[in-house]
Ligand binder design. Structure first.
Ligand code: HEM
Length: 508
């Protein structure tokens, strides 16, 4: 071998050795820092219960255990030291982090790294300019009067042509309501946001492989946040083993659909279309970025609405008096509107009791049960809690809905009347009712989601009896970014006769 080649090979080996040593030291150092920050050795009773999962002996869900701890805390705030996580239900704290000191509580890098593989640079996962750009584009689309009536036309057509006929076909049979509502919400969000119809709400269609992959990706991404040492999932990702391998596979499948959506939209043309994706496509030509945008809107629009509807019918089946009051209101408002089973936009607006019942069900079962930010600089929350920089701070709509200090001693009761004054719906502060978040990043699809849910509720309650099986058991939630009931929600639907739909036949 020529002496120059041998020298080159020596140099190469030396550099490889240096690189390997540097990477190992860097990795161990990061691991040490992470361990120091998350305090996995903490011996307090809460951390011990978290680590040993002993809380499961008493509580069906982690959110129920957190609710219990938060109710016991005099400030409505707790620390889970092993997770480096401060959790709060205090409305003043919520206002402070989401509005007053918004700049100090971004999503932050740790969050983007947890969800980055799944959500990429989509709106849920970014701060700064990228967030501002997507928010501006999306609010132009979702906030316009045109877009609202476009969305209503799509939703009412989907209810009239697919959902109600499907419910009629399965009348007297047991179905999985959660699955039906997911299919319904998926069709709607695809039509509204991308101008495409996947036709998921066909009885003969099995839930697509894609939807299953979407659920897996959401579950496993959320699971990363519950790990005491993030280094564990990072190492598993590096080695492509276990849950990380499963996640990678699910994301690959999700990407196939997202890319297909983009391809079809491009083929059909986007210049003259007013759906959300077309709007984005006219200013973004990076397909990877478009993929992230598609995923975020699917997540925003499918799972949240389906979750809200599922828990609504769960509560309704335990409260015949609310069903009766809803039917009375529908009969009053829709009197004289002929045989149309779907209410008009104006009629929906007149239904204050239905509106109150929707708010009330999401108070108890918010589709997004908690949401976290990362504190950039040390801060003191309004309740006096000190938050060190780098801490994850979580506001918890699920626990907030169950706090006596916010809703009074009957906070656990499903009582739509609490939202009514003189029979008119009166909203509460969004920092108390944080179901749609609040402040500068408040949900952009709120009005659309409420319209969609209300259209379904009015049509279904008017024409069907829905009886949830095992409705007396408290729901068990599956881990994921959005609340979903483990194993679905079995229910029997029965078409009411036209006589029953007349006013005066309110009860179930
Ligand atoms: C009942 C249904 C819904 C609920 C409870 C809900 C709730 C929320 C919550 C809690 C957030 C904050 C999440 C976070 O920052 O990580 C959010 C953000 C958002 N939601 Fe919704 N949402 C619903 C439906 C929808 C729908 C149908 C859309 C429309 C496509 C939508 C679009 C968005 C967008 C774009 C954001 C991001 C806002 C931002 O970061 O600036 N949401 N929503």
């Amino acid at each position: 071998m020529a002496p120059e080649l041998s020298l080159l090979s020596c140099l190469q080996n030396y550099l490889s050795f240096l690189f390997f040593s540097f990477t190992t030291i860097f990795f161990l150092f990061s691991l040490l820092l992470l361990l120091l920050r998350s305090r996995p050795w903490c011996n307090c009773h809460v951390c011990k219960a978290y680590l040993s999962s002993s809380w499961t002996a008493e509580f069906a869900n982690l959110c129920d255990w957190y609710t219990h701890l938060l109710r016991e805390s005099p400030t409505g705030t707790i620390d889970i030291h092993v997770l480096g996580n401060t959790i709060t239900t205090n409305p003043d704290n919520v206002e402070y982090m989401l509005k007053t000191r918004f700049d100090n509580f971004p999503k932050g890098k740790p969050f983007s790294s947890l969800l980055g593989d799944f959500l990429g640079r989509g709106i849920f996962n970014v701060d700064g300019e990228s967030w501002q750009f997507q928010r501006k584009m999306a609010s132009l689309e979702l906030g316009s009067v045109y877009a609202r009536s476009f969305a209503f036309d799509i939703v009412s057509t989907e209810v009239r042509r697919r959902l109600l006929p499907l419910f009629t076909t399965v009348s007297e049979r047991v179905i999985d309501l959660q699955d039906m509502f997911r299919r319904f919400a998926f069709d709607n969000i695809c039509k509204i946001s991308f101008g495409l119809d996947p036709g998921c709400l066909e009885v003969s269609l099995p839930m697509s492989e894609f939807a299953a992959a979407f659920d897996t990706a959401s579950r496993l991404s959320a699971g990363r946040a519950t790990a005491v040492a993030p280094a564990v999932w990072k190492l598993k990702r590096l080695l492509n083993v276990g849950s990380e391998r499963e996640l990678r596979r699910a994301i690959r499948m999700v990407n196939v659909l997202a890319n297909e959506v983009i391809r079809q939209r491009r083929k059909l043309g986007f210049a003259s279309n007013l759906d959300l994706l077309s709007r984005f496509m006219s200013s973004v030509d990076d397909d990877r970025y478009l993929r992230d945008i598609v995923i975020s809107f699917l997540l925003a629009g499918r799972d949240t609405v389906a979750s809200g509807l599922t828990s609504f019918f769960l509560l309704l089946s335990k409260h015949p008096e609310v069903t009766a009051a809803i039917r009375d209101e529908i009969a009053n408002v829709m009197r004289g509107s002929g045989d149309d089973e779907v209410a008009s936009l104006n009629q929906l607006k007149e239904m204050h009791y239905v509106h109150a019942a929707m708010y009330e069900s999401m108070r108890l079962y918010p589709p997004i049960q908690f949401d976290s930010k990362f504190c950039i600089e040390d801060a003191v929350l309004p309740d006096g809690t000190f938050v060190r920089k780098g801490t994850r701070v979580t506001y918890h709509p699920y626990a907030m809905g169950r706090m006596e200090s916010i809703w009074g001693p009957d906070c656990e009761k499903f009582k739509p009347e609490r939202w009514l004054h003189d029979r008119k719906f009166v909203p509460q502060s969004p920092f108390k009712y944080s179901v749609f978040q609040a402040g500068l990043r408040v949900c952009l699809g709120k009005e659309m989601a409420l319209m969609e849910m209300k259209t379904v509720i009015v049509s279904v309650v008017r024409s069907f009896d829905v009886q949830v099986l095992d409705g007396d058991q408290p729901p068990k939630f599956a881990p994921g970014l959005t609340a979903s009931i483990r194993g679905g929600l079995s229910a029997r639907v029965r078409r009411r006769s036209s006589g029953e739909e007349r006013p005066g036949h309110g009860a179930c």
